[in-house]
Structures are given as C-alpha cells and as structure tokens.
Write a protein that binds this ligand. Structure first.
Ligand SMILES: [Mg+2]
Length: 129
C-alpha cells in the first residue's frame, strides 16, 4: 500500500492498526475508556511541542521538533482510529454527519468570518468581527 493521504483509506489504516495490535496482543487493553484517555494524552504531547511559542514566531518554536509534530499527530490519529474500531464507529460516516450538523448550527450567511460559538453570535453589527 502507498501510505500517502491521497492514496490510502481510513479502512486500510484501521486494518493495518488492527493487525499491529493483534500481533502484540494489545487489544485486551483497548477499551474505549483507555483509548479515549490515550487520545487525550497524545493530543497533550502534540500540544506540548508548541508550548511557549510566540504567536508571531515559528511554530513549533524549535525547528528540531518538526519531526516530532508529525509523530504526535500520527499518535493522535492512531488512538482515534483504535477508539473508533473498538467503539464500532464508522469515522467517515460520523464526520459527514457532524459536518452536516455544524452546517446547520453555523449557517454561512450568519457566521462568515466570525469566531463566536453558535450561542454567542448576534445579528447586530456591534459584535466584533
Ligand atoms: Mg506520543
């Protein structure tokens, strides 16, 4: 398989992870609670690489961290896909459903260029944009 975003599917990655986990007998540890915690830990590891970066400076602040950013991003996805496998969530279907829900919640004509949450924006023009 060609491991590029535009050449492999989520199902293929999930299958590869399933094989990886079965080879190590790790599925016994992969309950949804543990995987949700692991996902949060990995997201924290990703976030840590950007800790103390200046808003107008390079991100991450230390160039040698760039490879680790990709590794932690991969860890986040691995945990998420393992979570979805164990929780029997079809991630593509869930994403499509959520995008549709967000489109209803955030209609373009109301929120274009605005950053407020759905219950914070008002129709008056005094809201800072
Ligand atoms: Mg990690």
């Amino acid at each position: 398989m060609d491991w590029q975003d535009d050449r492999c599917t989520i199902a293929e990655i999930k299958e590869r992870l399933k094989h990886f986990n079965q080879e190590r007998d790790w599925e016994q540890y992969h309950g949804p609670r543990n995987l949700a915690m692991a996902l949060s830990v990995e997201a924290g590891e990703l976030l840590e690489l950007f800790l103390w970066c200046k808003d107008d400076g390079p991100q991450p602040a230390v160039a040698s961290r760039e490879e680790r950013v990709a590794e932690e991003a991969a860890d986040v996805l691995i945990c998420l896909l393992n979570f979805c496998t164990q929780s029997k969530i079809d991630l593509s279907a869930a994403v499509a459903k959520k995008i549709e829900k967000n489109a209803q919640k955030y209609p373009v004509e109301k929120v274009f260029g605005r950053m407020e949450k759905h219950d914070e924006y008002e129709d008056d023009s005094s809201v800072q944009r």
